[in-house]
Every structure is written in structure tokens, then in C-alpha cells.
Design a protein around this ligand. Structure first.
Ligand code: ADE
Length: 232
């Protein structure tokens, strides 16, 4: 792969990756800092998108237009939607969709964007494999789950909302950017993958868990992504 785009939603994630990069050149667009350079022998562009789907979509489009990336990897943290997926575990996306997209009034299933051919955006198989292999090598003690990532412009910290999202979409974890990155990658025909470390259970305990586990979760993702890029 010639150039790999790596998007983190938060500065904390991106700072850790930037520390390991060399030959860094910084460009700015749409108030986002694009750090082009080398990571583990690969050309990468590391960028903080900011939080939410609009930021994530804009960021991905700039990676496609201005940096000509061959793949987009999104790292970060997420709330678990499954009993067996615990804080500290990692979810690698098989596909991603937007849980707050609702055009059921026009006959579309919940989550489907009208006039697009797919309900969810499938992640790239090679990227999935590389992420799982990397995780086994650098985080062998951590459980990795492959499954659907559901995104929305909502921090899910309410039991009822969580249950509704689980019922409607059968997701593995929820966060606020992945499916927007997936959509932008799909429209530009660029392979993508979302990798999320679980920071909370997306219920009444979420706000309490989140700051405690955020740092640890970020560390796991950063180690994984660093190892993963050398496999691409
Ligand atoms: N990111 C981390 N935890 C989350 C949650 N519970 N909801 C949405 N985004 C998150």
C-alpha cells in the first residue's frame, strides 16, 4: 500500500501515534491537522478528525482527495453492546452503519441511507486480518471481537437507548465516527477498517467508566495500529 490514512477522533490517540512517526510534514485543512510521514516503514497520514459523523466524513474525504490514501483505518474507543465484550477488549469492524439514520417513513430499513445500495458498509477483509494478526502479536492478553460497529451522533449512556440500538442493529460496539468514515470510504471506493477498544458499557455506568479506561484503551489501539501498518 502506498499511503495509509489513520483517523483518530481525539487528540490523545493521535498524539501517541505521532510520537512514533518520522519525517512528519503537517498540513491543515477544515481545521484539521494532517500529519504525513513514516510509521514502521510505511507512508501514513495521521489525523484527528474531531468528534462526530460530520467531522469524520469531512476528514475521510480530505484523505481521499488531497492525500490519495489507499486505505483508511479508524482507531479509538467505543461503548460495548454485548455482555461478553468487556472494558479493555477490542472490536474490529466487519461492517459499520449509522444507528441514527432513520428513513423508515420511505420504506428503508432503520440505519440505511436512502438511495445507497447497502444497509451497512463492509470493512476490508485484508485489513481485518492484518488487525487481528497484529493484535495477537502485541496485545496477546486482550480479547478481539470481529463484528458490526454502529455509529451515531450520540454518546450512549442510557440503558433504554442501548437496548434499542442492540435490538435494531445487533452491533458489537457503539461510537460516533466509524460508520461515517465507512460511508465516505465506500463512496470513494477505498478499503477501510474501524478498530475500537472498549472504554465503557454504553449504559448508566458509561460516563463513570469512560475517563478511567480511556487512556488504557487508547494505548491498546495505538500498539495495534503501529504493528498493523507494517503488515500492509
Ligand atoms: N465512545 C466511547 N464510548 C461511547 C459510548 N458509550 N457512546 C458513544 N461513543 C462512545
Amino acid at each position: 500500500m502506498n499511503v495509509i490514512g489513520i483517523i483518530g477522533a481525539m487528540e490523545e490517540e493521535v498524539v501517541r501515534l505521532k510520537e512514533h512517526m518520522t519525517e512528519v510534514k503537517v498540513g491543515t485543512k477544515a481545521s484539521m491537522e494532517f500529519n504525513r510521514g513514516r510509521l514502521n516503514g510505511k507512508n501514513v497520514v495521521v489525523v484527528r478528525s474531531g468528534i462526530g459523523k460530520v467531522n469524520a466524513g469531512i476528514c475521510t474525504q480530505i484523505l481521499a482527495d488531497d492525500y490519495n490514501v489507499d486505505a483508511v483505518i479508524n482507531t479509538g474507543i467505543a461503548g460495548s453492546l454485548k455482555k461478553e465484550i468487556n472494558i479493555g477488549d477490542i472490536v474490529v469492524s466487519t461492517d459499520a452503519l449509522q444507528h441514527d439514520m432513520d428513513a423508515t417513513n420511505f420504506g428503508y430499513p432503520k440505519g440505511q441511507i436512502p438511495r445507497l445500495a447497502v444497509l451497512s458498509f463492509p470493512a476490508d477483509d485484508k485489513l481485518i486480518e492484518a488487525a487481528c494478526d497484529a493484535c495477537r502479536e502485541v496485545n496477546p492478553e486482550i480479547s478481539v471481537f470481529k463484528g458490526r460497529v454502529v455509529s451515531g451522533d450520540q454518546f450512549v449512556a442510557d440503558k433504554e437507548l442501548k437496548e434499542r440500538i442492540i435490538h435494531d442493529f445487533d452491533g458489537f460496539c457503539t461510537e460516533m465516527e466509524g460508520a461515517a468514515i465507512a460511508q465516505a470510504a465506500y463512496l470513494n471506493r477505498i478499503p477501510y477498517l474501524v478498530i475500537r477498544a472498549i472504554s465503557d458499557k454504553a449504559d448508566d455506568s458509561a460516563s463513570m467508566d469512560y475517563p478511567t479506561f480511556e487512556r488504557e484503551a487508547i494505548e491498546h489501539c495505538v500498539k495495534l495500529v503501529e504493528n498493523m501498518v507494517k503488515r500492509l
